[in-house]
Design a protein around this ligand. Sequence first.
Ligand code: NAD
Ligand code: MG
Length: 399
Amino acid sequence: MTRRVSILGATGSIGCSTIDLIARDPAAYDVVALTGGRNIARLAEQARALGAEIAVTSDEALLPDLRAALDGTGIACAAGPEAIVEAARRPADWVMSAIVGAAGLPPGLAALEEGATLALANKESLVTAGPLILETARSHGARILPVDSEHSAVFQALVGEEISAVERVIITASGGAFRDWPLEKLSEASLSEASSHPNWDMGQRITIDSASMFNKALELIETREFFGVEPSQIEVIVHPQSLIHALVGFNDGGLMAHVGPADMRHAIGYALNWPARKELPVERLDLARIGQLDFRAPEDARYPALRLAREVMEARGMAGAVFNAAKESALDGFIAGRIGFMDMAGVVQDVLAQLSGDTGLMSAAFSLDNVRAADHMARVRAEENMAGDNAPQRSDTWT
Ligand code: NAD
Ligand code: MG
């Protein structure tokens, strides 16, 4: 039986790794929808190679280019955020959610509403709307499988275990590009310095988020939402080799560590083949050659994002959506050269503080509209905070 699969964010780092696995066994899959952003050449090439039913770009202005690139193939073309949601609704057994940012939430929800198994790389879905996405899965009998390496690791360590026996969950962090920089130099970190990761080859935004640990901050919240553990049970440890992805500590003192290569095809393949394990084209670790694994506590002054994430977990409600949107705006500001590397945490902290008194906004029930409203307000506030001499250029991934 072939499986019907769709890939949201096909042209990105996770999307390409997913396609790499699917393309190794083409007879096993029918590719339904592939979605991408502005890289039309890559999207069209992927759609042709896999014989997709439909290719969708998020940018409506690029629809003519996509049509031209797929002319004569019989592959349907569409454009815009709504078209991505519609593509996600097409009947599929397995949908990879690998769009970056809050824009990944609406199509992920749509796939769950249709009962598809959602392989979730888009951690922002759980950060902004954890209760909504979990309830949507539950009420439609759909399953969510984690793809983030740490969460895949926890998921694997929990096979056959009772969640009630879990004492703590430890997620590892490489420490990012600046883990060994003198603290006082961090404020001068450049875009290109922040865009290179010591161990993982990922999209630019998550790579910068790794240097600032905003990525780990999102993952703390993601861990809490996905596994239902208390914030006090979740720890972050800096592990420069990035070979242990997470550990689960049980009430008998035992720790189960998940060890694997720093290759996202492991976590993607686990979600693709779940509940079976199948051979994957990833490196087999030679522990004698690796020799040692190191650990250290994350420094608060270097990684203020972790403290902010803990505040967000305490506040709950729309704090996650505000946190993520403010972070996305601050990241846009850093990429555009409008604010410095260490200013990102300051912008996010200010937006959280400014909106925390708005109980109508922050305590609203979890619906897509309310999450969108919180996201929007946070972007407006972040923009105001960053607007200095430079002209504001607001980014809103949902409009
Ligand atoms: P990426 O930037 O390489 O790719 C993002 C994809 O989303 C591309 O296809 C892009 O065209 C599309 N996209 C971007 N903005 C969009 C929008 N507004 N609307 C629709 N599509 C849009 O990102 P990535 O590194 O592959 O990460 C994807 C997701 O997976 C993120 O949530 C990230 O946090 C998560 N993740 C990535 C890795 C990794 O190794 N890259 C690891 C764990 C989790
Ligand atoms: Mg991760």
